[in-house]
Design a protein around this ligand. Structure first.
Ligand SMILES: NC(=O)C1=CN([C@@H]2O[C@H](COP(=O)(O)OP(=O)(O)OC[C@H]3O[C@@H](n4cnc5c(N)ncnc54)[C@H](OP(=O)(O)O)[C@@H]3O)[C@@H](O)[C@H]2O)C=CC1
Ligand SMILES: CCCCCCCCCCCCCCCC(=O)OCC(=O)COP(=O)(O)O
Length: 325
């Protein structure tokens, strides 16, 4: 019997033979060529899909929404920027018009001002949005607020406020824009959810519930819309370095007002916006944009729920202890 060293060198020889044989090399180059060609075609299709597309972005005044506005504008999209803060949207419009980030033609964005927590205003805003370019190709439901608090201390009004902004607002806007998309047999709805739309962590009940509801709603919509050729993409990011925690509301409805360590250490919103652009361009259905641990946590929640629940309970104990000490 050959020694391990001899076996290793025999194997190496065989691999080298195979690699350099007249049949393998052309096959290898053909595979690489086909892969390269496939990537090139995919890149060209993505570019064509986004160029001149009418893209509506909610929550464009800050954080991820603002970065999505920059990314989609540079990709040549026709933007409708939505938010509550007129000055912030006007400033962003000026910045985009002055920017030279795109190599191709860019378009002057429209702005539509409304509060997503007000369903009537949201439905009226949809009509205004449709008037901007006459139709909508891509709606990015990005606006949202977070929350921090214990279930027992939190008033139902706070739960409702979070649900209004993160769930009822986006679904009202989606429902108001869908008929025109269906008529054109063309459209793409994007929901910016969260890892917390897949798993629930302690002291985030209202936020996690709103994001789970978002995931469920848009999963149903995707199935229903297939026959009308409307695309639905749900994107679930991990922590992003934005003002989300600063703007979060607490158990009594007051502003949290601080940037959390996890948020501060989160990904840059510009980077995440590039991932959103790529996911939309490739018409992905469900995308997780997070590190290994949160991604693993989703599998643990499904495959070993008891383990996940005990990890969360211990997390709750630790956080409570840290707060009380
Ligand atoms: N940051 C993170 O760690 C993560 C964020 N996300 C999600 O990303 C999305 C964007 O959040 P992010 O950029 O981080 O946070 P920001 O707080 O920076 O941005 C939130 C945006 O939502 C808008 N908004 C909030 N409430 C309303 C409302 N009632 N009506 C209209 N617009 C409103 C804000 O507008 P205004 O300026 O008027 O307040 C702002 O433009 C959210 O859906 C969030 O859940 C998901 C995972 C992680
Ligand atoms: C044996 C292996 C066990 C592995 C399981 C590990 C479980 C680790 C838990 C990880 C929890 C990750 C939570 C991530 C939360 C997140 O990314 O949220 C994104 C947000 O939406 C942030 O909003 P917030 O307001 O909470 O800042």
């Amino acid at each position: 019997m050959a020694s391990p060293a001899t076996r290793k060198s025999l194997l190496k020889e065989k691999v080298m033979d195979l690699m350099t044989s007249t049949a393998t090399l052309p096959l290898l180059f053909s595979c690489l060529g086909i892969f390269g060609l496939f990537r090139l075609l995919q890149w060209m299709r993505t570019k064509a899909y986004l160029r001149n597309a009418v893209v509506v972005i909610t929550g464009a005044t800050s954080g991820l929404g603002k970065e999505c506005a920059r990314a989609f504008h540079a990709a040549g999209a026709k933007l409708v920027l939505c938010g509550r803060n007129v000055e912030a949207l006007e400033e962003l419009t000026r910045e985009l018009m002055a920017s030279h980030a795109s190599q191709g033609q860019t378009h002057k964005p429209y702005t539509v001002i409304f509060d997503l927590a007000d369903t009537g205003a949201t439905v009226a805003a949809a009509a205004e949005i449709l008037q901007c370019f006459g139709y909508v190709d891509i709606l990015i439901n990005n606006a949202g607020i977070s929350y921090r608090g214990t279930v027992v201390d939190t008033t139902v009004d706070v739960d409702k406020r979070v649900m209004e902004t993160n769930y009822f607002g986006p679904i009202a806007l989606t429902k108001a824009l869908l008929p025109s998309m269906i008529k054109r047999r063309q459209g793409h709805i994007v929901a910016i959810s969260s890892i917390q739309g897949k798993i629930s962590i302690p002291f985030r009940s209202a936020y996690a519930a709103s994001k789970h509801a978002t995931q469920a709603f848009f999963d149903c919509l995707r199935a229903e819309m297939e026959q009308d050729e409307i695309q639905v993409t749900v994107i679930s990011p991990g922590y992003i370095h934005t003002n989300l925690s600063v703007n979060a509301i607490t158990a009594d409805g007051s502003r949290y007002g601080a940037i959390d360590k996890n948020t501060a250490q989160g990904r840059s919103p510009a980077e995440v916006a590039q991932d959103v652009l790529a996911a939309v361009g490739k018409k992905k259905k469900d995308v997780i944009l997070a590190d290994l641990l949160p991604s693993l946590a989703i599998y643990v929640r499904t495959l070993a729920p008891e383990l996940f629940f005990s990890i969360m309970a211990s997390r709750a104990r630790k956080e409570r202890k840290a707060k009380n000490s």
